[in-house]
Design a protein around this ligand. Sequence first.
Ligand SMILES: Nc1ncnc2c1ncn2[C@@H]1O[C@H](COP(=O)(O)OP(=O)(O)O)[C@@H](O)[C@H]1O
Ligand SMILES: [Mg+2]
Length: 390
Amino acid sequence: MRLGTPLFSNATKILLLGGGELGKEIVIEGQRLGLECIVVDRYQHAPAMQVAHRSYVVDMRDGEGLRAIIEREIPDYIIPEIEAINTDLLVEMEEFGHRVVPTASATKITMDREGIRRLTAERLNLKTAKYRFAESLEELRDAVDYLGMPCVVKPIMSSSGKGQSIVRKKEDIEKAWNYAKISARGLGSKVIVEEFIDFDYEITLLTAKTEEGIKFCPPIGHIQIDGDYHESWQPHPMPEELLREAQNMAYKVVTMLGGRGIYGVELFIKDNEVIFSEVSPRPHDTGMVTMITQNMSQFEIHLRSLLGLPLNIELIVPAGASHVIKSNINKWAPQYDISQALSIPNTSLRIFGKPLARVGRRMGVALAWGENINSARENAKKCAHSVEIY
Ligand SMILES: Nc1ncnc2c1ncn2[C@@H]1O[C@H](COP(=O)(O)OP(=O)(O)O)[C@@H](O)[C@H]1O
Ligand SMILES: [Mg+2]
């Protein structure tokens, strides 16, 4: 397949694979840095497409479709924003001379939970929840027997808690299997079963792999509901030695994965112990809080890292928080009443501009800063709840 003559350009060109809310912020930062920004997603009018120079609609698991776009655009950097991408094609493109962020192999290894476990638990020997993989209901039953209940079942490839459930009693096993299978949307029916960690708190450690070495953002605390990001705040207070241990783990993981860019390293903390959870080779949804807390957001850090630009990371407020804004209606191109929300002090909004509102879909995020985490969280929550989608 060919899409026409290649579009040569003098500008430095980035090709975003995935055009959701995180991609949109990467594109906005890219525009500010003078980059030409091209976005690919599987539906028209995705958030990042609205601010890009050009865009394409294709299912990114389709290698031939992706190849045609890359051959036409000849991007300087290919930046994956989601997991469900034909990563073999990325490996091939990298061999051909394209730069994949952070690297093609990092996107391939972290594409599913199995790759992440092989790297972190098995090769790096990091402490993780006990786990087993299962490819049938029978194997799932065996895994639950081995791990005990409660335990967590997740499709090996999914995000935002899709297909994830907790098995608390024997009757939950079949439900968990079916739920994971439906949510995997044709991506296979392999699941990971994990020991349930009753953690004290969980954090995301944004870790930038830059020209000048590895740099950390202050830890971000967060709350997930049904495995999906709901609230986050920064800096999450934690004892110095635990933070150092967390950074040490993140350091090992990103060093192994390599390349340039920001990584989101997710960790559980329980009884003074750091337990590795997962890693994403890109900005993280809980990291949206950095748009109000830091001198440069995780999106700008991602771009500066891959471009080899100087960067320093500093908090510019005592504390900040983010809270998701979810739709409670189904509607095409909805309107937003935001006047009430913005009357709450020290707040700011990012409405993503998703063309279709669906009940429960994340449509925006409220940001707030304050003298301490509690006041920032409270204001972010009030702000989010005051947005009316109609
Ligand atoms: N083994 C576990 N024990 C306790 N909570 C878990 C476990 N695995 C996941 N969770 C909870 O579910 C959230 C989402 O799980 P995660 O593995 O990060 O999936 P996703 O890739 O969808 O983000 C985590 O942030 C955590 O709150
Ligand atoms: Mg996660």
